[in-house]
Ligand binder design. Structure first.
Ligand code: SAH
Ligand code: SF4
Length: 459
Protein backbone atom coordinates (compact mmCIF):
# COMPACT_ATOMS: atom_id res chain seq x y z
CA UNK A 1 0.00 0.00 0.00
CA UNK A 2 1.32 3.38 -0.95
CA UNK A 3 1.87 5.95 1.64
CA UNK A 4 2.11 9.64 1.10
CA UNK A 5 3.31 11.67 3.97
CA UNK A 6 3.75 15.32 4.23
CA UNK A 7 6.00 18.31 4.44
CA UNK A 8 9.48 16.88 4.37
CA UNK A 9 8.51 14.27 1.87
CA UNK A 10 6.26 16.44 -0.28
CA UNK A 11 9.02 17.23 -2.72
CA UNK A 12 10.26 13.69 -2.85
CA UNK A 13 6.70 12.45 -3.35
CA UNK A 14 6.07 14.89 -6.17
CA UNK A 15 8.90 13.37 -8.15
CA UNK A 16 7.53 9.92 -7.41
CA UNK A 17 4.03 10.76 -8.49
CA UNK A 18 4.29 9.23 -11.94
CA UNK A 19 5.42 5.89 -10.56
CA UNK A 20 2.84 3.11 -10.51
CA UNK A 21 0.94 2.88 -7.24
CA UNK A 22 -0.22 -0.44 -5.93
CA UNK A 23 -3.11 0.01 -3.59
CA UNK A 24 -4.65 -3.37 -3.99
CA UNK A 25 -4.23 -6.15 -6.50
CA UNK A 26 -7.89 -5.75 -7.31
CA UNK A 27 -9.26 -2.87 -9.32
CA UNK A 28 -12.93 -2.36 -8.61
CA UNK A 29 -15.58 -1.19 -11.01
CA UNK A 30 -18.39 0.76 -9.44
CA UNK A 31 -20.83 2.59 -11.65
CA UNK A 32 -20.91 5.82 -9.71
CA UNK A 33 -18.47 5.70 -6.83
CA UNK A 34 -19.32 8.17 -4.12
CA UNK A 35 -17.07 10.62 -2.30
CA UNK A 36 -17.89 11.91 1.16
CA UNK A 37 -15.85 14.64 2.84
CA UNK A 38 -15.72 15.43 6.52
CA UNK A 39 -13.94 18.46 7.88
CA UNK A 40 -12.77 19.11 11.40
CA UNK A 41 -11.78 22.47 12.84
CA UNK A 42 -11.39 25.78 11.13
CA UNK A 43 -13.00 27.35 8.06
CA UNK A 44 -9.73 26.87 6.23
CA UNK A 45 -10.05 23.14 6.70
CA UNK A 46 -13.66 23.30 5.51
CA UNK A 47 -12.68 25.28 2.40
CA UNK A 48 -9.89 22.81 1.67
CA UNK A 49 -12.34 19.93 1.98
CA UNK A 50 -14.55 21.42 -0.77
CA UNK A 51 -11.54 21.63 -3.06
CA UNK A 52 -10.59 18.04 -2.26
CA UNK A 53 -14.12 16.85 -2.97
CA UNK A 54 -14.01 18.69 -6.28
CA UNK A 55 -10.93 16.69 -7.28
CA UNK A 56 -12.95 13.49 -6.87
CA UNK A 57 -15.96 14.90 -8.76
CA UNK A 58 -13.68 15.88 -11.63
CA UNK A 59 -12.48 12.28 -11.83
CA UNK A 60 -15.98 10.85 -12.17
CA UNK A 61 -17.15 10.41 -8.58
CA UNK A 62 -20.54 11.62 -7.42
CA UNK A 63 -21.22 13.16 -4.04
CA UNK A 64 -22.11 10.80 -1.23
CA UNK A 65 -24.41 12.09 1.47
CA UNK A 66 -23.26 9.67 4.13
CA UNK A 67 -20.45 7.40 5.23
CA UNK A 68 -22.58 4.31 4.61
CA UNK A 69 -22.90 4.93 0.88
CA UNK A 70 -19.40 6.36 0.37
CA UNK A 71 -16.67 4.55 -1.57
CA UNK A 72 -14.10 7.16 -0.64
CA UNK A 73 -13.88 9.38 2.41
CA UNK A 74 -11.61 12.38 2.80
CA UNK A 75 -11.05 13.73 6.28
CA UNK A 76 -9.83 17.32 6.28
CA UNK A 77 -8.03 17.92 9.56
CA UNK A 78 -6.95 20.92 11.65
CA UNK A 79 -4.25 21.04 14.31
CA UNK A 80 -4.45 24.65 15.54
CA UNK A 81 -5.69 23.43 18.91
CA UNK A 82 -5.31 19.98 20.42
CA UNK A 83 -9.08 19.59 20.66
CA UNK A 84 -9.61 19.84 16.88
CA UNK A 85 -6.91 17.25 16.27
CA UNK A 86 -8.32 14.89 18.91
CA UNK A 87 -11.76 14.95 17.28
CA UNK A 88 -10.32 14.04 13.90
CA UNK A 89 -8.20 11.25 15.37
CA UNK A 90 -11.13 9.70 17.16
CA UNK A 91 -13.20 9.87 13.94
CA UNK A 92 -10.41 8.13 11.99
CA UNK A 93 -10.38 5.37 14.61
CA UNK A 94 -14.12 4.86 14.23
CA UNK A 95 -13.73 4.31 10.48
CA UNK A 96 -11.86 1.03 11.04
CA UNK A 97 -15.14 -0.87 10.82
CA UNK A 98 -16.30 1.17 7.82
CA UNK A 99 -13.20 0.14 5.92
CA UNK A 100 -13.47 -3.50 6.96
CA UNK A 101 -17.07 -3.73 5.71
CA UNK A 102 -15.99 -2.95 2.12
CA UNK A 103 -12.24 -3.20 1.66
CA UNK A 104 -12.34 -1.43 -1.73
CA UNK A 105 -13.11 1.76 0.13
CA UNK A 106 -10.52 4.54 0.10
CA UNK A 107 -9.72 6.53 3.22
CA UNK A 108 -7.72 9.74 2.81
CA UNK A 109 -6.59 11.90 5.72
CA UNK A 110 -5.52 15.37 4.65
CA UNK A 111 -4.74 18.82 6.02
CA UNK A 112 -2.86 20.26 8.98
CA UNK A 113 -2.99 17.34 11.45
CA UNK A 114 -1.99 15.05 8.56
CA UNK A 115 0.97 17.35 7.95
CA UNK A 116 1.99 17.32 11.60
CA UNK A 117 1.57 13.60 12.23
CA UNK A 118 2.68 12.29 8.83
CA UNK A 119 3.76 8.62 8.92
CA UNK A 120 2.63 8.23 12.54
CA UNK A 121 -0.99 8.35 11.36
CA UNK A 122 -0.50 5.34 9.15
CA UNK A 123 1.35 3.42 11.84
CA UNK A 124 -1.47 4.01 14.29
CA UNK A 125 -4.29 3.50 11.77
CA UNK A 126 -3.34 0.95 9.10
CA UNK A 127 -6.83 1.28 7.60
CA UNK A 128 -5.88 4.76 6.33
CA UNK A 129 -4.86 4.53 2.66
CA UNK A 130 -3.39 7.92 2.09
CA UNK A 131 -2.02 10.78 4.21
CA UNK A 132 -1.75 14.11 2.38
CA UNK A 133 -0.36 16.96 4.46
CA UNK A 134 -1.43 20.61 4.21
CA UNK A 135 1.70 21.59 2.32
CA UNK A 136 0.81 19.15 -0.47
CA UNK A 137 -2.76 20.40 -0.76
CA UNK A 138 -2.09 22.02 -4.13
CA UNK A 139 -0.96 18.64 -5.52
CA UNK A 140 -3.97 16.88 -4.00
CA UNK A 141 -5.73 16.46 -7.32
CA UNK A 142 -2.68 14.95 -9.02
CA UNK A 143 -1.97 12.63 -6.11
CA UNK A 144 -5.46 11.17 -5.97
CA UNK A 145 -5.72 10.96 -9.74
CA UNK A 146 -2.95 8.36 -9.70
CA UNK A 147 -4.46 6.52 -6.77
CA UNK A 148 -7.96 6.46 -8.25
CA UNK A 149 -6.85 5.17 -11.59
CA UNK A 150 -5.20 2.27 -9.76
CA UNK A 151 -8.09 1.49 -7.51
CA UNK A 152 -11.27 2.31 -9.44
CA UNK A 153 -12.26 1.56 -12.98
CA UNK A 154 -13.57 4.97 -13.96
CA UNK A 155 -12.68 4.80 -17.63
CA UNK A 156 -16.18 4.00 -18.86
CA UNK A 157 -17.70 6.96 -17.11
CA UNK A 158 -17.40 10.48 -18.45
CA UNK A 159 -16.43 13.01 -15.82
CA UNK A 160 -18.81 15.54 -17.35
CA UNK A 161 -21.77 13.31 -16.42
CA UNK A 162 -21.28 14.34 -12.84
CA UNK A 163 -22.01 17.53 -10.97
CA UNK A 164 -19.16 20.01 -11.12
CA UNK A 165 -20.17 22.20 -8.23
CA UNK A 166 -18.19 21.85 -5.02
CA UNK A 167 -19.66 19.76 -2.26
CA UNK A 168 -20.71 21.70 0.76
CA UNK A 169 -20.56 19.57 3.89
CA UNK A 170 -22.74 22.11 5.67
CA UNK A 171 -25.32 21.94 2.94
CA UNK A 172 -25.56 25.73 2.94
CA UNK A 173 -25.65 26.69 -0.70
CA UNK A 174 -26.18 30.37 0.12
CA UNK A 175 -22.73 30.94 1.61
CA UNK A 176 -19.35 29.57 0.66
CA UNK A 177 -15.63 30.14 1.18
CA UNK A 178 -12.85 30.99 -1.26
CA UNK A 179 -9.28 30.53 -0.11
CA UNK A 180 -7.17 33.42 -1.43
CA UNK A 181 -3.90 32.60 0.32
CA UNK A 182 -2.30 29.76 2.20
CA UNK A 183 0.35 29.73 4.92
CA UNK A 184 1.51 32.54 7.18
CA UNK A 185 4.61 34.77 7.42
CA UNK A 186 4.08 35.56 11.10
CA UNK A 187 5.49 33.49 13.91
CA UNK A 188 3.14 33.85 16.84
CA UNK A 189 4.79 31.78 19.52
CA UNK A 190 1.73 29.62 20.33
CA UNK A 191 0.75 28.87 16.75
CA UNK A 192 1.41 25.72 14.74
CA UNK A 193 0.08 27.13 11.45
CA UNK A 194 3.40 28.36 9.98
CA UNK A 195 5.02 24.98 10.56
CA UNK A 196 2.20 22.92 9.01
CA UNK A 197 1.17 25.29 6.24
CA UNK A 198 4.44 27.04 5.43
CA UNK A 199 4.94 30.62 4.35
CA UNK A 200 2.37 32.78 2.59
CA UNK A 201 1.40 31.78 -0.91
CA UNK A 202 -1.15 33.88 -2.76
CA UNK A 203 -3.58 32.45 -5.29
CA UNK A 204 -3.62 34.42 -8.55
CA UNK A 205 -6.27 37.15 -8.86
CA UNK A 206 -7.64 35.62 -12.08
CA UNK A 207 -8.18 32.23 -10.38
CA UNK A 208 -9.92 33.89 -7.45
CA UNK A 209 -12.20 35.87 -9.78
CA UNK A 210 -13.07 32.70 -11.70
CA UNK A 211 -13.77 30.75 -8.54
CA UNK A 212 -16.03 33.46 -7.18
CA UNK A 213 -17.91 33.67 -10.49
CA UNK A 214 -18.38 29.90 -10.70
CA UNK A 215 -19.72 29.74 -7.14
CA UNK A 216 -22.12 32.62 -7.80
CA UNK A 217 -23.31 30.91 -10.97
CA UNK A 218 -23.91 27.75 -8.93
CA UNK A 219 -26.22 29.73 -6.63
CA UNK A 220 -23.94 31.00 -3.86
CA UNK A 221 -24.86 34.51 -2.65
CA UNK A 222 -22.26 35.21 0.01
CA UNK A 223 -18.53 34.60 -0.28
CA UNK A 224 -16.04 34.64 2.59
CA UNK A 225 -12.44 35.07 1.50
CA UNK A 226 -10.06 33.03 3.61
CA UNK A 227 -6.44 33.39 4.65
CA UNK A 228 -4.51 33.24 7.92
CA UNK A 229 -3.71 36.94 7.61
CA UNK A 230 -6.13 37.49 4.77
CA UNK A 231 -5.50 41.23 4.44
CA UNK A 232 -1.77 40.77 3.76
CA UNK A 233 -2.77 39.34 0.35
CA UNK A 234 -0.94 40.67 -2.70
CA UNK A 235 -0.43 39.39 -6.20
CA UNK A 236 0.55 40.61 -9.65
CA UNK A 237 -2.39 41.10 -11.99
CA UNK A 238 -2.55 42.83 -15.35
CA UNK A 239 0.86 44.39 -14.83
CA UNK A 240 0.32 45.76 -11.34
CA UNK A 241 0.39 44.63 -7.73
CA UNK A 242 -3.06 43.98 -6.38
CA UNK A 243 -3.21 44.28 -2.59
CA UNK A 244 -6.09 43.10 -0.46
CA UNK A 245 -8.25 46.26 -0.61
CA UNK A 246 -7.93 46.29 -4.39
CA UNK A 247 -8.90 42.61 -4.55
CA UNK A 248 -12.08 43.43 -2.62
CA UNK A 249 -12.84 46.23 -5.08
CA UNK A 250 -12.39 43.86 -8.02
CA UNK A 251 -14.59 41.14 -6.51
CA UNK A 252 -17.25 43.65 -5.50
CA UNK A 253 -18.00 44.01 -9.22
CA UNK A 254 -19.02 40.34 -9.56
CA UNK A 255 -22.51 40.11 -11.01
CA UNK A 256 -24.92 38.32 -8.67
CA UNK A 257 -22.65 38.54 -5.59
CA UNK A 258 -24.71 39.80 -2.67
CA UNK A 259 -22.24 39.73 0.20
CA UNK A 260 -18.48 39.63 0.57
CA UNK A 261 -16.74 38.82 3.86
CA UNK A 262 -13.21 37.87 4.83
CA UNK A 263 -11.43 36.03 7.61
CA UNK A 264 -9.05 36.55 9.50
CA UNK A 265 -7.45 39.94 9.04
CA UNK A 266 -4.32 40.90 10.98
CA UNK A 267 -4.43 44.26 12.82
CA UNK A 268 -1.19 45.36 11.10
CA UNK A 269 -2.91 45.49 7.70
CA UNK A 270 -5.99 47.36 8.89
CA UNK A 271 -5.34 50.57 6.96
CA UNK A 272 -7.28 53.65 5.86
CA UNK A 273 -7.41 52.12 2.38
CA UNK A 274 -9.02 48.96 3.74
CA UNK A 275 -11.52 51.06 5.65
CA UNK A 276 -12.47 53.02 2.53
CA UNK A 277 -13.39 49.73 0.82
CA UNK A 278 -16.13 49.15 3.42
CA UNK A 279 -17.59 52.52 2.42
CA UNK A 280 -17.24 52.17 -1.33
CA UNK A 281 -18.16 48.54 -1.99
CA UNK A 282 -21.83 47.62 -1.51
CA UNK A 283 -21.15 43.87 -1.22
CA UNK A 284 -18.51 44.20 1.53
CA UNK A 285 -20.33 43.48 4.78
CA UNK A 286 -20.01 45.79 7.78
CA UNK A 287 -18.51 43.12 10.01
CA UNK A 288 -14.88 42.55 10.96
CA UNK A 289 -13.31 39.75 12.99
CA UNK A 290 -10.04 41.11 14.36
CA UNK A 291 -8.11 38.69 16.59
CA UNK A 292 -6.60 40.27 19.70
CA UNK A 293 -5.41 37.19 21.71
CA UNK A 294 -4.49 39.07 24.91
CA UNK A 295 -4.81 42.54 26.45
CA UNK A 296 -1.51 42.33 28.35
CA UNK A 297 1.51 43.89 26.65
CA UNK A 298 3.78 41.44 28.43
CA UNK A 299 1.83 38.45 27.08
CA UNK A 300 1.42 39.99 23.61
CA UNK A 301 5.21 40.33 23.50
CA UNK A 302 5.68 36.71 24.53
CA UNK A 303 3.09 35.74 21.92
CA UNK A 304 5.06 37.72 19.30
CA UNK A 305 1.94 39.38 18.01
CA UNK A 306 3.84 42.50 16.86
CA UNK A 307 1.43 44.99 18.45
CA UNK A 308 0.69 46.43 21.87
CA UNK A 309 -2.72 46.89 23.48
CA UNK A 310 -2.42 50.62 22.70
CA UNK A 311 -1.77 50.00 19.01
CA UNK A 312 -4.63 47.50 18.81
CA UNK A 313 -7.00 49.97 20.47
CA UNK A 314 -5.86 52.71 18.09
CA UNK A 315 -7.00 50.53 15.16
CA UNK A 316 -10.31 49.80 16.89
CA UNK A 317 -10.98 53.49 17.54
CA UNK A 318 -10.09 54.35 13.95
CA UNK A 319 -12.49 51.65 12.69
CA UNK A 320 -15.28 52.78 15.00
CA UNK A 321 -14.97 56.45 14.14
CA UNK A 322 -14.70 55.90 10.38
CA UNK A 323 -17.32 53.14 10.21
CA UNK A 324 -19.93 53.70 12.94
CA UNK A 325 -22.04 50.73 11.77
CA UNK A 326 -19.21 48.23 11.77
CA UNK A 327 -19.66 45.22 14.07
CA UNK A 328 -16.50 43.72 15.52
CA UNK A 329 -15.59 40.36 17.03
CA UNK A 330 -12.31 38.87 18.23
CA UNK A 331 -10.27 35.85 19.40
CA UNK A 332 -8.77 35.56 22.88
CA UNK A 333 -6.44 32.94 24.35
CA UNK A 334 -6.57 32.55 28.13
CA UNK A 335 -3.92 30.88 30.25
CA UNK A 336 -0.92 31.53 28.04
CA UNK A 337 2.26 30.44 29.94
CA UNK A 338 3.05 32.76 32.89
CA UNK A 339 -0.28 34.64 32.54
CA UNK A 340 -1.04 36.22 35.92
CA UNK A 341 -4.26 37.66 37.31
CA UNK A 342 -2.89 41.11 36.45
CA UNK A 343 -2.31 40.06 32.83
CA UNK A 344 -5.78 38.59 32.63
CA UNK A 345 -7.32 41.75 34.13
CA UNK A 346 -5.65 43.68 31.32
CA UNK A 347 -7.45 41.43 28.84
CA UNK A 348 -10.77 42.05 30.59
CA UNK A 349 -10.19 45.80 30.67
CA UNK A 350 -9.29 45.90 26.98
CA UNK A 351 -12.40 43.91 26.10
CA UNK A 352 -14.44 46.50 28.04
CA UNK A 353 -12.90 49.33 25.98
CA UNK A 354 -13.08 47.42 22.73
CA UNK A 355 -16.71 46.21 23.15
CA UNK A 356 -16.67 43.39 20.56
CA UNK A 357 -20.16 42.08 19.76
CA UNK A 358 -18.92 38.55 20.43
CA UNK A 359 -15.66 36.69 20.96
CA UNK A 360 -14.14 33.28 20.27
CA UNK A 361 -12.24 32.29 23.37
CA UNK A 362 -9.75 29.46 23.79
CA UNK A 363 -7.77 27.90 26.60
CA UNK A 364 -4.11 27.91 25.69
CA UNK A 365 -3.01 24.51 24.44
CA UNK A 366 0.70 23.88 23.83
CA UNK A 367 1.26 22.75 20.24
CA UNK A 368 4.27 20.56 19.51
CA UNK A 369 7.27 22.38 18.11
CA UNK A 370 5.92 25.90 18.72
CA UNK A 371 8.12 28.45 20.45
CA UNK A 372 5.85 28.88 23.46
CA UNK A 373 5.68 25.12 24.03
CA UNK A 374 9.45 24.73 23.97
CA UNK A 375 10.36 27.94 25.81
CA UNK A 376 7.75 27.84 28.56
CA UNK A 377 6.01 25.16 30.58
CA UNK A 378 2.21 25.20 30.30
CA UNK A 379 2.12 26.52 33.85
CA UNK A 380 -1.36 27.98 34.23
CA UNK A 381 -3.38 25.23 35.93
CA UNK A 382 -6.32 23.88 33.99
CA UNK A 383 -8.81 24.98 36.67
CA UNK A 384 -7.47 28.54 36.49
CA UNK A 385 -7.80 28.52 32.70
CA UNK A 386 -11.40 27.31 33.05
CA UNK A 387 -12.21 29.97 35.58
CA UNK A 388 -10.68 32.77 33.48
CA UNK A 389 -12.45 31.51 30.40
CA UNK A 390 -15.79 31.59 32.24
CA UNK A 391 -15.14 35.14 33.51
CA UNK A 392 -14.14 36.32 30.05
CA UNK A 393 -17.15 34.68 28.44
CA UNK A 394 -19.50 36.23 30.99
CA UNK A 395 -18.12 39.68 30.25
CA UNK A 396 -18.35 39.08 26.49
CA UNK A 397 -21.92 37.80 26.85
CA UNK A 398 -22.88 40.95 28.77
CA UNK A 399 -21.40 43.18 26.07
CA UNK A 400 -22.94 41.06 23.32
CA UNK A 401 -26.36 41.19 24.95
CA UNK A 402 -26.36 44.99 24.68
CA UNK A 403 -25.52 44.75 20.98
CA UNK A 404 -28.27 42.18 20.43
CA UNK A 405 -30.85 44.15 22.45
CA UNK A 406 -30.03 47.21 20.36
CA UNK A 407 -31.42 45.37 17.34
CA UNK A 408 -34.81 44.61 18.88
CA UNK A 409 -37.49 46.62 17.11
CA UNK A 410 -35.37 47.06 13.97
CA UNK A 411 -36.09 45.52 10.59
CA UNK A 412 -32.91 43.86 9.33
CA UNK A 413 -31.75 42.32 6.07
CA UNK A 414 -31.11 38.58 6.48
CA UNK A 415 -29.68 36.11 3.98
CA UNK A 416 -31.44 32.77 4.56
CA UNK A 417 -28.74 30.08 5.00
CA UNK A 418 -30.95 27.32 6.32
CA UNK A 419 -34.71 27.21 6.71
CA UNK A 420 -35.67 30.37 8.65
CA UNK A 421 -32.12 30.91 9.79
CA UNK A 422 -29.51 33.34 8.50
CA UNK A 423 -27.25 36.24 9.30
CA UNK A 424 -27.53 40.01 9.04
CA UNK A 425 -24.97 41.91 6.97
CA UNK A 426 -23.19 42.80 10.21
CA UNK A 427 -22.93 39.14 11.18
CA UNK A 428 -25.68 38.58 13.77
CA UNK A 429 -27.46 35.24 13.66
CA UNK A 430 -31.21 35.44 13.18
CA UNK A 431 -33.98 32.87 13.54
CA UNK A 432 -37.46 33.89 12.48
CA UNK A 433 -41.02 32.73 12.13
CA UNK A 434 -43.28 33.14 9.13
CA UNK A 435 -42.73 33.88 5.47
CA UNK A 436 -41.85 31.41 2.75
CA UNK A 437 -38.85 29.20 3.32
CA UNK A 438 -36.43 30.18 0.57
CA UNK A 439 -32.79 29.41 1.23
CA UNK A 440 -30.49 31.80 -0.64
CA UNK A 441 -33.00 34.69 -0.57
CA UNK A 442 -32.49 37.98 1.23
CA UNK A 443 -35.39 38.81 3.58
CA UNK A 444 -36.48 41.81 5.62
CA UNK A 445 -37.06 40.48 9.11
CA UNK A 446 -38.49 42.39 12.07
CA UNK A 447 -36.49 41.64 15.22
CA UNK A 448 -38.84 41.02 18.15
CA UNK A 449 -36.52 39.50 20.75
CA UNK A 450 -32.94 38.47 21.46
CA UNK A 451 -31.36 35.62 23.39
CA UNK A 452 -27.66 35.03 23.95
CA UNK A 453 -25.94 35.18 20.53
CA UNK A 454 -29.21 35.04 18.59
CA UNK A 455 -31.82 37.48 17.29
CA UNK A 456 -35.43 36.31 17.09
CA UNK A 457 -37.52 37.70 14.28
CA UNK A 458 -40.87 37.66 12.51
CA UNK A 459 -41.84 38.09 8.89
N1 SAH B 1 -4.49 33.63 11.69
C1 SAH B 1 -5.38 34.00 12.69
C2 SAH B 1 -5.75 32.89 13.63
C3 SAH B 1 -5.56 31.49 13.26
S1 SAH B 1 -5.84 30.28 14.46
C4 SAH B 1 -4.79 35.14 13.50
O1 SAH B 1 -3.71 35.54 13.30
O2 SAH B 1 -5.44 35.60 14.38
C5 SAH B 1 -7.42 30.69 15.15
C6 SAH B 1 -7.38 31.03 16.60
O3 SAH B 1 -7.02 29.89 17.36
C7 SAH B 1 -6.35 32.08 17.00
O4 SAH B 1 -6.80 33.38 16.76
C8 SAH B 1 -6.13 31.80 18.47
O5 SAH B 1 -7.01 32.54 19.25
C9 SAH B 1 -6.44 30.32 18.58
N2 SAH B 1 -5.22 29.54 18.82
C10 SAH B 1 -4.19 29.34 17.97
N3 SAH B 1 -3.23 28.58 18.55
C11 SAH B 1 -3.69 28.29 19.81
C12 SAH B 1 -3.15 27.55 20.89
N4 SAH B 1 -1.96 26.98 20.83
N5 SAH B 1 -3.91 27.46 22.01
C13 SAH B 1 -5.12 28.04 22.09
N6 SAH B 1 -5.65 28.76 21.11
C14 SAH B 1 -4.95 28.90 19.97
FE1 SF4 C 1 -0.81 31.72 13.57
FE2 SF4 C 1 -0.05 34.19 14.12
FE3 SF4 C 1 -0.01 33.31 11.61
FE4 SF4 C 1 -2.36 33.76 12.81
S1 SF4 C 1 -0.79 35.30 12.34
S2 SF4 C 1 -1.78 31.95 11.61
S3 SF4 C 1 -1.94 33.16 14.90
S4 SF4 C 1 1.25 32.59 13.28
Amino acid sequence: MRYLDSAKNARREETKMSEPITISSLKVFIKKPKIHVVSFGCQMSFADSSEMAQSFLDKGFSSGESLETADAVVISTCTVRQHAEDRAISFIGRLRKWKKQKPHRLLVVAGCAAERLGPKLKERFPHVDLVIGAKSIESFSKIIEDVLSEKFDLASESATDFPQTPISTQGAAACDFVTIMRGCNYSCSYCIVPSVRGREKYRPVQIIIEEVISKIEAGVKEITLLGQTVNSYQSEYQGKTVKFPELLRILDETKGLKRLRFMSPHPYYVTKEMISVFRDCPTVCNYLHLPLQSGSNRILKMMRRNYTRELFMEKILMLKSELPNLVLSTDIIVGFPTETETDFDETLSLIKDFQPAWIYSFKYSPRPGTLSSTENPDDVPSAVKEERLARLNNLAREIGRKALQGKVGQTVEVLEENENFGRTRDGFKVKWKGGDKSVGEVHSVKIVDASDFLLIGEK
